[in-house]
Design a binder for this molecule. Structure first.
Ligand code: NAD
Length: 316
């Protein structure tokens, strides 16, 4: 199905997330060419040397450390460059630092790969995706944030453990900001077509506000818990990014909670937030306006208000 077509991915930033994303892409075989650019060329070179020594174990892929110019004609540009989240620091604390970093390379990326899809992973991802959208001048479909694809996977993991069901049979979303104000959409959650309430009853499991709160907190605090132990999170996000890249290259029309530009959905517009979105070869094709409970919609709007405040600080 994939054939011999060129599928060039450039990764901006060869840190923990950039390097593991390259490793995930290399393992999945979805890209034919991976160019890794980092302001610290030695870091990019070192990661590439380590990666290419494994290429005899995977599908053919040309991996190299390149200059910004060498990202030219990429199909997808994944942006992981930026300051990482330090212990005790929120993602939103990173805005100022990463805004300046983005100003340094987004216009060049847009010039070098004018038909590419930009996939922003750097935090705060929703704000930085908006910044990339503005700085690139690309249509909204072609500027996507990794959003809460990772958070949704974390939720499925925690629910899978609680209900003792394969994560893949659990349908539930985390939407809104990838961060402290994210929203779990309990009202539309399903296991094998059944609502959580009914499923829990059948399994004789407790299912009340307290249980949900513990699960929400587990998901919300996951990054902080990991960062306090190993200073960064990268394996799961790399797999989440690989999943988005697959959905794009395979023209899957898959529904993923990427960060997409709102244009009136739920009464919100002119901001990027994570929401179930159809992802295909054109990028973030369209937002699915899933039914939300009153409380969930209010919390989504609160998340939007927080992000709007941050966009204002950046004059966007
Ligand atoms: P890191 O510090 O290990 O790597 C960042 C890399 O960016 C470094 O190698 C640095 O040299 C490079 N860099 C800095 N400025 C650059 C520039 N102007 N041009 C090119 N490269 C530049 O950090 P990390 O742990 O890899 O995290 C990267 C980003 O990803 C952070 O913003 C982090 O918060 C974010 N992140 C997002 C998610 C998510 O789900 N969206 C999950 C984990 C981490």
């Amino acid at each position: 199905m994939i054939g011999e077509v060129k599928r060039k991915v450039s990764i901006i930033g060869a840190g923990f997330v950039g390097a593991t994303t390259a490793f995930a892409l290399m393992n999945s075989g979805i890209a034919t060419e991976i160019c890794i650019y980092d302001i610290n060329m030695d870091k990019a070179m070192g990661e590439v040397m380590d990666l290419v020594h494994g290429t005899s174990f995977v599908k053919p892929v040309n991996i190299y450390a390149g200059s910004l110019e060498e990202t030219k004609d990429s199909d997808i540009v994944i942006i992981t460059a930026g300051a990482g989240q330090k212990p005790g620091e929120t993602r939103l604390d990173l805005i100022g630092k990463n805004y300046n970093i983005f100003k340094g390379f987004i216009p060049d990326i847009a010039r070098l790969s004018p038909n590419s899809i930009l996939l922003v992973v750097s935090n705060p991802v929703d704000v930085l995706t908006h910044i990339a959208y503005k700085l690139s001048g690309f249509p909204k479909e072609r500027v996507i944030g990794s959003g809460t694809v990772l958070d949704t996977s974390r939720l499925k993991y925690v629910l899978g453990k609680y209900f003792n069901v394969n994560n893949n049979n659990i349908h539930s979303y985390v939407i809104g900001e990838h961060g402290d104000s994210d929203v779990v959409t309990w009202s539309n959650g399903r296991i094998g077509g059944e609502g959580f309430d009914l499923y829990a009853k059948q399994m004789d499991l407790e299912w009340d506000g307290e249980v949900k709160k513990v699960i929400e907190d587990d998901v919300k605090n996951a990054a902080y818990e990991i960062i306090s132990r190993k200073n960064a999170t990268y394996f799961a996000v790399a797999l989440a990014v690989n999943r988005i890249v697959e959905a794009i290259f395979r023209n899957e029309n898959s529904i993923l909670t990427v960060s997409s530009l709102f244009e009136g959905q739920y009464g919100l517009k002119d901001l990027y937030l994570a929401i179930p979105t159809v992802v295909n070869r054109e990028g973030a094709k369209n937002i699915i306006e899933i039914p939300l409970s009153k409380d969930e919609e209010e919390r989504l709007k609160e998340s939007a208000t927080i992000l709007k405040g941050h966009l204002k600080e950046c004059n966007l």
